[in-house]
Design a protein around this ligand. Sequence first.
Ligand code: CP
Ligand code: NVA
Length: 311
Amino acid sequence: MSAIHPKHFLTISDLDEGELLHVLDLAGELKRGERAGAPLAGRSLAMIFKKSSTRTRVSFEVGMYQLGGSAIFLSDKTSQMGRGEPIHDTAKVLSRYVDGIMIRTFEHEEVVELARYATVPVINGLTDLVHPCQLLADLQTMQEAFGRDLSGLTVAWIGDGNNMANSWLNASALVGFQLRLACPEGYEPDAEILVRAGGGVTLSRDPCEAATGAHVVTTDVWASMGQEDEAADRERAFRGFQVDQAMMDRADPSAIFLHCLPAHRGEEVTAAVIDGPASRVFDEAENRLHAQKALLVYLMGDAPASAPEAS
Ligand code: CP
Ligand code: NVA
């Protein structure tokens, strides 16, 4: 509660490669039951939700409980935020009570503002721009399939250039895997994040080409939270961008399918793929718990927020 310059997790780029590997190693140890004790005993996490959630809410709440601490659910509708209390006042007040703040909201700038005024770590639980906690779980799931070093792999992102696509771009820049994005015209990822991601990324309109030889094929809903009114237009624009078995057959024989969930079977992915042998979506969902527990220990635990060099 007393940190003056807390470390925040607003995008995956807030970690360097060594810190990311440290968090992923810890996530693996937690999953395998190799870490005993209650490293966050007596500590609390405030969770602000301005959008719906199943996985994020439950995994953070259970995670805090398993680490010996507790979590408090706040929605804009039932707190004073919904009646216009400024985010900077909310940041300062919550920082007097809790040891960390997780927030899921629309505008990314709101999370940046929260972090600017909070004196405890702030964790981004999804904005319109990025979804970094999901990427921690996705990278852990990739490591389980392919080993700790992910740098030689190719990931194919099929569909909307949304918050998940932007997070894959950030992760690719950090970890060094190749990322092939296939997005319809007008639905490209954030231009700045795309440029920053560098040379390991390609952007095309051809999902089959993107999937060819890929080790990971991944997609997301065509209309994200807040875009419900655009659903019909998007359905038209994304025709041809469904991940089906024919697309998976073009991927590497060891390829896995990932999806952050919730999914719409028959839209962005067929039931045969998401419920088929290459799918790791439920391991991926489980890993939200382990990866976020590791993040919570890293940001809110006693040990200083530093990590060994990447190796
Ligand atoms: N993947 C994900 O963030 O799920 P929820 O929206 O259920 O939290
Ligand atoms: N892109 C989706 C992810 C949900 C976890 C959304 O923002 O709704």
